[in-house]
Design a protein around this ligand. Structure first.
Ligand code: SAM
Length: 217
């Protein structure tokens, strides 16, 4: 595995996203042997307890958006989820697939640009008890549209967990990898009931479909 970095330590060329396709930009990154820090207990232990592994063996389903090389995706799998990781980068998906010996029925990866190709219930394992998005949200141009599509693939009682750097926690020239906390909370609140906290400069949001809301099923 390549060098592990925090997003704000390495994405100095974030402006290049403007000139390359999402796939090309992120392929350059992963092909250089770089990667991100593995998912930590801090990433996972705040997940809604109702989404822990079912004792009956009836495993919950999860979708990891912008999964990269599968750092969080594999953790979800090891915690009992049947999980699909999607990412725009062919290199990231190839690395994620090489890193697993798990059954392809329960830990799956798909190359997909969620802005170009969307997210819907035709995806493998959909609908989902859990949708995660770690260090990806800042790169999404139409955030409202992404959130609407996430709401449409969540099962009743399911949750969307968003982890993202916040502006203020990164130097000015790296604002492109971070989001405004107030704006993010307001946008999430259009669709979800949200609990959030700040964790070493990252926003950590646990979002549940609002009961009776447009997307509640
Ligand atoms: C900073 S990395 C985070 C990777 C992973 N979530 C993690 O925590 O290790 C951002 C990832 O988002 C992916 N990404 C960016 N825009 C995307 C899009 N529109 N659709 C799917 N994946 C995207 C990139 O390819 C990259 O792998």
């Amino acid at each position: 595995m390549g060098t592990a970095c925090r997003a704000d330590q390495v994405l100095t060329g974030v402006g290049r996203i403007m000139t390359l396709s999402t796939n090309q930009y992120w392929n350059e990154y992963y092909d250089a042997g770089r990667d991100f820090l593995p998912a930590t207990t801090a990433d996972l232990d705040q997940f809604p307890t109702s989404l822990s592994l079912s004792a009956s063996g009836d495993h919950h389903t999860a979708l990891d958006i912008g999964c990269g090389t599968g750092q969080l995706t594999r953790e979800l799998y090891h915690r009992g989820f049947r999980v699909l990781g999607v990412d725009a980068s062919t290199s990231a998906i190839a690395t994620a697939r090489r890193a697993t010996t798990a059954s392809t029925a329960t830990l799956r990866y798909l190359r997909r640009d969620v802005e170009r190709d969307g997210i819907d219930r035709t995806l493998p394992l959909a609908p989902y008890n859990l949708v995660t998005c770690r260090y990806v949200y800042a790169f999404i141009k139409d955030k409202r549209r992404l959130l609407q599509s996430i709401a449409s693939v969540l099962l009743p009682g399911g949750a969307f967990v968003l982890i993202t750097p916040l502006i203020g926690s990164v130097p000015p020239h790296k604002r492109g990898i971070a989001v405004d906390a107030d704006e993010t909370r307001a946008l999430l609140a259009e669709l979800f009931s949200v609990t959030s906290h700040e964790r070493t400069g990252d926003g950590y949001y646990v979002c549940r479909l609002r009961e009776g809301g447009e997307h509640a099923r």
